[in-house]
Structures are given as structure tokens and as C-alpha cells.
Write a protein that binds this ligand. Structure first.
Ligand code: UFG
Length: 342
């Protein structure tokens, strides 16, 4: 056993893939999750993939008393990966207080417990949303952050600020924030993947649900952007590759290889892919045609963003190596398994 890692939000989409990679790398994992956007069956699936059942605690981290008890009972936590947060951009515009209360309080409570129980290492789940629409592409970690478009995005900016201020005041606490670009795909076993609540907001779950016949037609939001084919450009990162970036970050912290108390890294592929070319790759990878129509732009969408991953490549020694087609095929295999399609 290389160390005990508390994974908050560990039954969620990125969390569950990270738990598998942590266990594969020899770490012991304790999960806390309120199951607001996942189910306890994910713990069984994690066990099926890795042969190890992580400990699971069901509560919301806004409850400091329960979190404190978890730290007390678990004893000897070496590091934490903090995924637990609400993440629906549109919902956050409608219900901002729910987002501020949940996403900010969870981090504050976590730092309280880390201080009390002497846990000094944290990996935080951040987002490229902190860059808004950057003037220059690709974005490096020096690209200035911009005012957020949504309360959700603002919680990521504020959480990064809380980490900056807290680690400055308490330099024993070491934190790495990973700024994810667009995570997609599923575990190659198809036992875990993305399970959106209701109608998906994100592109790839909508694509796979349309191919599976659950949705009649995909709406492509805009073909009049200033991009080669007019549709928006993103950096789609394979979820297992992303999970591995967390394991490397944890090892970096535990081995004291970090160069400052608060480091951050872009985690993407470095490739910008348009919505229309993603559809093309999906068809090539799976043989499935996706019924789509071009509609108007979606409010708040960024025209294009993709990562400069030099820092993650050179400093973390991490690189995404799964092709877009393999990743889209994994998303389709997951959709087929949960919908029982042959
Ligand atoms: N899109 C469509 N049709 C759909 C859904 C999406 O055309 O039905 C397009 C969007 O307009 C966008 C692209 O597909 O151009 C990707 O959209 P997603 O909703 O999948 O992802 P976003 O880049 O909008 O948002 C993601 C995360 C957010 C995060 C943001 C950071 O979902 O949590 O990246 O930029 F804040």
C-alpha cells in the first residue's frame, strides 16, 4: 500500500475513473459522495474492474460534523483528491446559492479537517472555464483568468483563490489544481462512464444517446463561429488519461517533488477539435451515423479553447495518449452496455 487517499465525489464520472487508477497504482481509497449525481452501484463496478472495494461513505461535505468524524475514523489519510462539486452550468445560473454553498463550503470544510488532522496534500478539480474566452490560443497556465460566465465557473475561480490564500497562510498544505479541458469517454471495460441526469447538457453524452435512439436529433449549437468549419472548438480529453494525471499529481505531492505550495496544470490533449469534426470521428470510430441539425448558438458558449500542455508534459511527466476515435468508441461501448444494445 502506497498511501491512503480520500476521494471526494469518488462515485462520480471523473472520480470513479480516478479511484480505479489509484487502486491499480497500489493506493488505498476512501470515498465520500452524496450520490447527488451518481449511484452506489458505481462502487460495485469499481470493485469489478480493480478487484478491490474502496471504502464508501454517503454524505454531503457541507456537513462539517460528518466530515470530521470521517477523518477521525479513517485515521492516517495521506492525501485528498477533491472532486465533489455541483457542475451543471445552466442550473448554476438558475440556482446560484446552491452552487456557492455546496462548492465553496465543501472546500472550506475540507481545509478545516486537513488542518485538524494534519493532512497536508490536496489535488483539486479545477476547470479551463477559469480562462473564459482567451485572447491567445492555446492557453498556457500563464494565460490570465477571466471573469466567469456562470456561478459554476465562478466557484472554480473562487476555490482556486481560497487555495491560494490558504496555502500562503499554511505552507504545510501542498495543493495541485488540475484545470480540465473537456473530459469524455469511458473506461475500456465499459463498466463505468458518464451517467448524466436527464437530458444531457454535454456534447458526447448527447451524441451517444442520439446514436442509441434515446434522443431523436442532436442540435449543433452554431456553425457561424470564426473557426474553419464554423462550429465551436474544444480540447476533448480521455477520462482515463485524465484520471492518470491525478495519480501522478498525488505521487508528486507525497514525494515532495512540487516546487511551490500551490501548483496548477492544464490537463488536455493540446488539440482543438470542432463539434462537426467530432461527429465525423464518432461515425468513423463506431460506424454509427448521428442525426443532427444546425441550430443557433448556445448562450454563454466560448468559440474556441484548447490547451498548451507543455507544463503538464514536462513537469508532471504526463501526456494524453488515447486517440479521439478510441475515446469516442469507449463512450459508445459504455452507452451500449447501459442501454443493453448489442
Ligand atoms: N454542443 C452542441 N450540442 C449539444 C451540446 C453541446 O453543439 O447538444 C457543443 C457546444 O456548443 C460546445 C461543445 O459542443 O461547442 C462542447 O459543449 P459541452 O457542453 O460538452 O462542453 P462545454 O465546453 O460547454 O463545457 C465544459 C464543461 C463545463 C466547463 C466548461 C469549461 O461541461 O463544466 O467545459 O469550458 F465549465
Amino acid at each position: 500500500m502506497k498511501g491512503k487517499i480520500l476521494v471526494t465525489g469518488g462515485t462520480g464520472y471523473i472520480g470513479s475513473h480516478t479511484v480505479v487508477e489509484l487502486q491499480n497504482a497500489g493506493f488505498e481509497v476512501v470515498i465520500v459522495d452524496d450520490l447527488s449525481n451518481s449511484t452506489e452501484a458505481v462502487v460495485d463496478q469499481i470493485e469489478q474492474i480493480s478487484g478491490i472495494r474502496p471504502k464508501f461513505h454517503h454524505f454531503n461535505m457541507q456537513d462539517l460534523g460528518l466530515l470530521d468524524r470521517l477523518f477521525e475514523q479513517s485515521g492516517g489519510i495521506d492525501a485528498i483528491i477533491h472532486f465533489a462539486a455541483f457542475k451543471a452550468v445552466g442550473e448554476s445560473v438558475q440556482k446560484p446559492l446552491i452552487y456557492y454553498r455546496n462548492n465553496l463550503l465543501s472546500l472550506v470544510n475540507l481545509f478545516d479537517c486537513m488542518e485538524k488532522y494534519g493532512v497536508n496534500n490536496l489535488v483539486f478539480s479545477s476547470s479551463c472555464t477559469v480562462y473564459g474566452q482567451p485572447e491567445k490560443l492555446p492557453v498556457t497556465e500563464h494565460t490570465p483568468r477571466m471573469a466567469a460566465e456562470s456561478p459554476y465557473g465562478n466557484t472554480k475561480i473562487i476555490c482556486e483563490d481560497i487555495i491560494r490564500d490558504y496555502t500562503k497562510a499554511n505552507p504545510k498544505i501542498q495543493t495541485i489544481a488540475l484545470r480540465y479541458f473537456n473530459p469524455i469517454g469511458a473506461h475500456p471495460s465499459a463498466l463505468i462512464g458518464e451517467l448524466p441526469n436527464g437530458v444531457p447538457n454535454n456534447l458526447v453524452p448527447f451524441v451517444t444517446q442520439t446514436a442509441a435512439g434515446l434522443r431523436e436529433q442532436l442540435s449543433v449549437f452554431g456553425n457561424d463561429y470564426n473557426t474553419p468549419d464554423g462550429s465551436c472548438i474544444r480540447d476533448y480529453i480521455n477520462v482515463v488519461d485524465l484520471a492518470k494525471a491525478h495519480v501522478i499529481s498525488i505521487e508528486r505531492l507525497l514525494n515532495h517533488q512540487n516546487e511551490s505550495v500551490f501548483e496548477f496544470f492544464n490537463v488536455g490533449t493540446g488539440n482543438g477539435v470542432s463539434v462537426l469534426s467530432l461527429l465525423n470521428s464518432f461515425e468513423k470510430a463506431t460506424g454509427q451515423k448521428v442525426n443532427f441539425k444546425i441550430v443557433g448558438r448556445r448562450a454563454g458558449d466560448i468559440e474556441q479553447i484548447y490547451a498548451d500542455t507543455t507544463k503538464a508534459n514536462n513537469v508532471l511527466g504526463w501526456k494524453s495518449d488515447t486517440t479521439l476515435e478510441d475515446t469516442l468508441l469507449s463512450a459508445w461501448n459504455w452507452e451500449k452496455r447501459i442501454r443493453k444494445i448489442d
